[in-house]
Design a protein around this ligand. Sequence first.
Ligand code: ASP
Length: 316
Amino acid sequence: QAQSDKITLVIHGGAGTIRKENMTDAMEQAYHAKLKEALEAGYQVLRQGGSSLDAVVVTIQILEDSPLFNAGKGAVFTAAGRNELDAAIMDGASRKAGAVAGITTVKNPIKAARAVMDNSPHVMMIGPGAEEFAQTQGLEIVDPAYFYTEDRFKQLEKIKQREANQGKDGGWLPLVGQEKFGTVGAVALDQFGNLAAGTSTGGMTNKKFGRVGDAPIIGAGTYADNQTCAVSATGHGEYFIRAVVGYDVAALMAYKQLSVQAAAEEVVMKKLVEMGGEGGIIALDKNGNFAMPFNSAGMYRGFIRADGVAETAIFK
Ligand code: ASP
């Protein structure tokens, strides 16, 4: 039974130390406009009877193509000065999933994740193998230089400078007052009651030795199950992996009968805070209820429901 009044799309564009005083009005407007554009594109898919999976891909692709976000064009740099991209998608109806990690040449990593799910017997592919597979799928391949943006490169230089000054490994700790994680994600509910979740990221600035974050880890940064919820996360990935964030939200709903709001709050505002894990999530249930908690200063976020009115926000 199709229920067009239930369609819902919720997105994030990353969490972190995002403060109004550090942002110009023009910047703020640019973020709102891009978030709205992504929401409206995904909404059109849902409105026309498309699947939540298609809506998630269309939405995330717009955010990947924008240099404003740490995904696709505009991704952060590794310690070696490269852009290594991670993405995942999950289908709440079948609980099929696809993920890619450490890829450098696929223009839209979310499409590669989708291809892994749809057209391979596997769930996760990494590095050159994943790129080779993407090529066989006819996905757009770009020179790694496509992902370069000056701002992100300056962020890397700054973090390296700090490392040098401290005389020790500064790791991938966020730059105080500056850093925003900037990963993008979407969760959607379609007319047929199916949930889907997707996440795409460049990871964290100055990441080393093939580091992979939570975004492509099913159950951590990305998860979907029609019985409970669809989740996409952003934040300090190491914590999100260890807290198994996406699955934990779903488990609290399944085993403790918590609402999606209560489950999301419990994980982000209590469990992650106790561990020291900064960031946030978007979580959506099969009835269109959703939550967007974050324990950082801000999180780029927004939603659109059946009425087609997109709402976006950045700060607390
Ligand atoms: N969660 C991502 C990671 O750790 C970073 C982010 O959210 O921006 O790779």
